[in-house]
Write a protein that binds this ligand. Structure first.
Ligand code: PHE
Length: 498
C-alpha cells in the first residue's frame, strides 16, 4: 500500500509539541481555571494546581506519550502491548474522547455562533439582556445545532487531512494565532482603566488557604489532569505519531509549561475585565458557560471597541476548542482506521457523523426538549462520567502499564531520544510507580464522595453516574477478553502504524 512510502506521523518535534499543547489548551484553561482560582482562594489554589501539574500531570503525560510512542499503533493495542489484560484501558481511552467530543462540539458551536454574532450581527443583544439572548440561543432547536455542525465540519476536515497535513498543520497555524489573540485580549483588559488593579489584586494577591480547603485542593488536582488532556488516550495517540528523535521528557515538560502558562495568563484577561466593568468579586465566581456567554458579553457591550474585542475573544475560545476536538476525534479515528481497515477520510467522516448525531441530542437537552438521563441533562451526565470517573481511572492504569508492566530499563532506553537522555528518569519512575497512582486514586475517591453530596443538593442520584462508569468498564473488559481469544490479533498488534 502507498502508506509505506509516506511517513504517517508528525513531521517535526515542534509540530508534535504544538499539537499536544493544542489539545491541552482548551475551555479548561480559559473558562474553568480562572473561575476555580476565584472560587478557591486565589494563590492557594494556584499553588496546589502547580504541584499537581508537577507531581501528577507531567508524570502521567510522559507515561502516556511513551505508551503510544513505544507501540506506534491505536490505543487499544498500545495498552495491550504493555499487558494483554490492559487493552480495556485503551478501549476506555477511545470511548472517553468519543463521549467528550459529543459535548465539546456543542460548546464549540456556541462560541462559533458568538464569533458570527459579533462579526455580522453586532446589535444582536439590543433590546434584550445577554442572559436572555444566551438562553434563547441554546434552547433553540435549530440554531445551536447549525453552529455545532459548522464547528464539527471544520474539525472533521482537519482530521481528514491526516496527522502531518491536517492536525500538525492546523496546530502550527492556530496555536500561534491563539497566543497572539490572548496577548491582545490581555493587553486590552489591562488597559481598561479603573478597577484593573483591583482585578489583578483579587487574582494574584489573595492566598486564602481557608477558602481552598480539602475540596479546593482535590479540585485543583483534578483540574490539572483535565487541562492536560490526560487519562483519555489523547497523549497516547499523539505519542504514537511522534518520531524516534522526540525526547518525551522534554516534550511533555514543554506541553505542561505552555498549558499552565496559558491558564494563568487567561486570568489576566478575565479578572481585570470584570473588575473594570462590573461588580468584580460577585462576577468572578460565575462559572463556566455563564461567565463566557453571559457575563462577558454584558461587559463587552459597555466597553469602547467592545465588539472587536469580543470577536477576538470568541475566536480565541473557538480555536482553543478546535485544537482540542481534533485530538479527541483523532483518537477514535485512529482506532477505526486500524481496526476496520478504513481509509482516514472514511473513518473520520463516519466517526464525525456519529458524534454530530449524538451532539444533536445533547444540544437539544439544553432546554429545547425536556429529556434527561436519570435526571441529568446529557451534557452534565457525560461530563461527570468522563471527568470524575473514567479519566482518573485511565490515568492510574497508565501509571501501572508503564511503571509495572514494562522493565524500567527498557522504558529508559526508549524514552529519551537518541542523544538526549531524559534526565530525572529515576525520580520519574519512582513517582510513576508509587506516588502518582496513589494520589490519583485519592482524587478519584474524594471526587466521588464530593459528587454524591453535590448530586443530592441538586436532587440527583450519583449512583447512576457510577452505574454508567461500571457499564463502560464491563463492556471494555468483555471486549478485551474477546480480543485476547481471537489470537489472530497478535499479528495485528505487531503491525506498524498505518
Ligand atoms: N484539555 C482540554 C481543556 O483544557 C480538554 C480536553 C480534554 C481536550 C480531553 C481534549 C481531550 O479544555
Amino acid at each position: 500500500m502507498e502508506q509505506k512510502a509516506t511517513k504517517k506521523g508528525f513531521g517535526s518535534k515542534i509540530g508534535f509539541i504544538l499539537a499536544a499543547t493544542g489539545s491541552a489548551i482548551g475551555l479548561g484553561n480559559i473558562w474553568r481555571f480562572p473561575y476555580l482560582v476565584a472560587k478557591y482562594g486565589g494563590g492557594a489554589f494556584v499553588l496546589v494546581y502547580l504541584l499537581s501539574i508537577a507531581i501528577i500531570g507531567s508524570v502521567v503525560m510522559i507515561a502516556e506519550m511513551y505508551i503510544g510512542k513505544r507501540a506506534k499503533t491505536n490505543n487499544a493495542d498500545a495498552y495491550g502491548k504493555t499487558n494483554k489484560w490492559l487493552k480495556w484501558v485503551g478501549l476506555l481511552s477511545i470511548a472517553v474522547p468519543f463521549l467528550i467530543a459529543c459535548y465539546y462540539v456543542v460548546i464549540g458551536g456556541w462560541s462559533t455562533k458568538y464569533v458570527f454574532n459579533y462579526a455580522f450581527l453586532p446589535n444582536f443583544l439590543q433590546g434584550t439582556t445577554s442572559e436572555i439572548a444566551f438562553t434563547n440561543f441554546i434552547t433553540d432547536k435549530i440554531s445551536p445545532i447549525f453552529y455545532m455542525t459548522i464547528f464539527l465540519i471544520i474539525s472533521i476536515f482537519i482530521v481528514c487531512g491526516g496527522v502531518e497535513k491536517g492536525i500538525e498543520k492546523a496546530s502550527k497555524i492556530l496555536m500561534p494565532i491563539l497566543f497572539i489573540l490572548l496577548i491582545i485580549v490581555v493587553i486590552k483588559a489591562l488597559t481598561l482603566g479603573s478597577g484593573v488593579k483591583e482585578g489583578i489584586k483579587f487574582y494574584v494577591g489573595t492566598v486564602d488557604f481557608a477558602k481552598l480547603g480539602w475540596k479546593g485542593a482535590v479540585t485543583a488536582l483534578g483540574q490539572g489532569f483535565f487541562s492536560l488532556s490526560l487519562g483519555m488516550g489523547v497523549m497516547v495517540a499523539y505519542g504514537s505519531y511522534s518520531n524516534s528523535k522526540t525526547n518525551l521528557g522534554k516534550s511533555a515538560l514543554a506541553v505542561c509549561i505552555l498549558d499552565t502558562f496559558i491558564a494563568l495568563f487567561a486570568g489576566f484577561a478575565i479578572f481585570p475585565t470584570m473588575f473594570a466593568l462590573g461588580n468584580g468579586p460577585a462576577l468572578a465566581e460565575t462559572a463556566g458557560a455563564g461567565l463566557i456567554f453571559i457575563v462577558l458579553p454584558q461587559l463587552f457591550e459597555s466597553m469602547s471597541g467592545g465588539h472587536i474585542f469580543a470577536i477576538m475573544f470568541f475566536m480565541l475560545i473557538t480555536f482553543a476548542a478546535i485544537t482540542s476536538v481534533i485530538s479527541l476525534i483523532e483518537v477514535v479515528s485512529q482506532y477505526t482506521i486500524s481496526r476496520y481497515k478504513l481509509s482516514r477520510k472514511k473513518a473520520t467522516v463516519y466517526i464525525g457523523s456519529i458524534i454530530g448525531f449524538i451532539a444533536i441530542f445533547i444540544s437539544l437537552s439544553q432546554g429545547a426538549v425536556n429529556y434527561t438521563i436519570f435526571g441529568y441533562d446529557f451534557l452534565t451526565y457525560l461530563d461527570e462520567l468522563t471527568n470524575i470517573l473514567i479519566m482518573p481511572l485511565g490515568a492510574i492504569f497508565s501509571c501501572i502499564a508503564v511503571g509495572w508492566c514494562i522493565k524500567p530499563k527498557s522504558v529508559f532506553e526508549e524514552l529519551g531520544a537518541m542523544q538526549s537522555k531524559f534526565k530525572g528518569q529515576n525520580l520519574w519512575m519512582f513517582m510513576l510507580r508509587f506516588i502518582t497512582p496513589l494520589l490519583i486514586l485519592f482524587i478519584l475517591i474524594m471526587g466521588i464522595i464530593d459528587k454524591f453530596a453535590w448530586a443530592k443538593e441538586n436532587g440527583l442520584n450519583y449512583v447512576y453516574v457510577l452505574l454508567g462508569g461500571l457499564i463502560m468498564l464491563i463492556v471494555t473488559l468483555l471486549i478485551n477478553y474477546r480480543l485476547n481469544k481471537m489470537s489472530i490479533n497478535q499479528q495485528e498488534i505487531d503491525k506498524p502504524l498505518e
